[in-house]
Design a protein around this ligand. Sequence first.
Ligand code: GDG
Length: 607
Amino acid sequence: MPFPHPVKGCRLALASGGRGGKLTVDMPTNEILLVTISVLATLLVARWNLLRVARRLVEWAHKLRTGEETQKEPLPKTALLWPVVQEVLQMAANLKEARAAAEEEARLRLAGGSRWTPERLKGHVRSILHGRSFLVIANREPYTHIRDGGRIKCVTPASGLVTAVEPVLRACGGTWVASASGDADRETADEHGRLRVPPDAPVYTLKRVWLTEEEEEGYYYGFSNEGLWPLCHIAHTRPVFRVEDWKQYCSVNGKFAEAALQELAGTENPFVLIQDYHFALLPRLIRERRPDAKIAIFWHIPWPNPEAFGICPWGRELLLGMLGADLIGFHIQAHCNNFLDTVDRLLESRIDWEQFAVNRAEHKTTIKPFPIGIAPNREPAEGKNGVGGPIPREQVLNRLKLQVKWVGVGVDRIDYTKGIAERFLAIERFLEKYPEYRENFVFAELAAPSRTSIKRYHDLGAELELEVERINQRFQTRNWKPILFLKEHHNREEIDLFYQGADFCLITSLHDGMNLVGKEFVGSRSDEHGTLILSRFAGASRELRDALLVNPYDIDEVAEAIHDAVTMSTDEQKARMSRMRAVLDEHNVYRWAADITTELDQIRPDS
Ligand code: GDG
């Protein structure tokens, strides 16, 4: 049966129609020749194009290897070889990073410096572990996979713990056990909930644990965040203790213990580093089954005095759980003292005040401060995005679309302990007292929504919005308002840009274990400009003595500190900033991890 509309000169037919029919092509010889020539020409052009692209790629890779200046991307995004290019780009980034690290190591060796670097930590942890396993357990996962339209996005959550602990795993390898939190987490992990991360250059394993809605409700939102969080922070929010939440807390601690034990199967004398108040019972649960493990728990938030802690109905159980560890770490000595006082008051035990240790049931637990730091910022010195040096302030302000002379910044999870409302009141007072700054000053608050299923947190977000609206309405003019309340999750680049464009960073925590935002601000200011205003109730105030220290409850004092910050001479800014940067450099997060692992290693088994 002939085709309904045969092309002229080319007849296609099924010789006998229907099934088993034979296809014949009837085409004149000159046209066959034409087709052959055009096919050959296409192949030649494709080959030539491929060779050209490959040659450019080779030249680019050569320049990169020999350290010559290279453009950021070797080929246009549309190129046929784009997937290959992406891989090469990733390798290039890794190579650049490794080269910078080696140069830094060499520089420090020559200078006889004692600074901790990822490489130094890696060597240190390796020499301690001798091939033993390194396991970190934290509720928050460092990478969440979420669905965004038709695709899956990988997000780093807003969390001080993640900021601090992730660089350590990057340096040492090992396994991080955490709660799954993204709606695409399951399909991005294997059947055991494991995946290798960071996604673009995997060096350690993330093991996800799935919680039911009831578990999450009771253990995470309930006991951990409506009970323990306000209990440990003196921020005048009443803790709520419900027996159902406590039961879920116990059962989820058991679930994580099982997950950890699975990961530890077949290992000997592993190191286990438990993070934070979500897992107070875990040290004991793991010790009971793995007495050979060396276990530390680091408490990232403050520890209250015994009277305040005493209102928790399950205080004894929490202490007994924690004392299963060989080592308990807090940010500052005052929290260690409070902990020992609490144990002294609530448990029968022998406290060694000289050694800062608790002896109970033939087990010794050492209590020590380990002030956490941040990973040093290599980028500005190396030239972020290949620009070379810090980005000029005008450029930063242009990118941020801020047309004012003075800029202040705050970065927080929306949490009542961070004193965000008090901060806004201080800005109001500042503009009241110093009207000359109106229309010339903007305060940008980057506020990431957090724990919004808890009513107190949900209400706080709305209260802050109303407060900003009230203050803005009081002062705003046609083209200006004083407070930008950016209530959403921001990416690292955005946050860094604000840090770099700000004249001051304002931290008004009512109570804070450490507070990393102040450290990040100082760390990002390689230009040594800008002023840090820091609450004296944040652990960081013990180290950053060159910040302007304030009592966040004293609105006038904070307003004056803002005035001091915007009128501070460049020389004084530089002097303060360089001293704070030296402190940060010395006490970075690699030292924190090195100190904890060294201490854990030196602890002798119970006799
Ligand atoms: C606990 C203790 C202690 C903020 N918004 C976004 C975002 N962030 C990042 C900041 C910073 C971190 O979150 C917050 O650090 P804090 O130190 O204020 O921490 P908490 O979450 O309260 O953590 C605290 C810390 O543990 C470490 O021990 O310092 O005292 O309370 O790194 O930059 N990050 C991203 N998007 C945001 O929108 N990606």
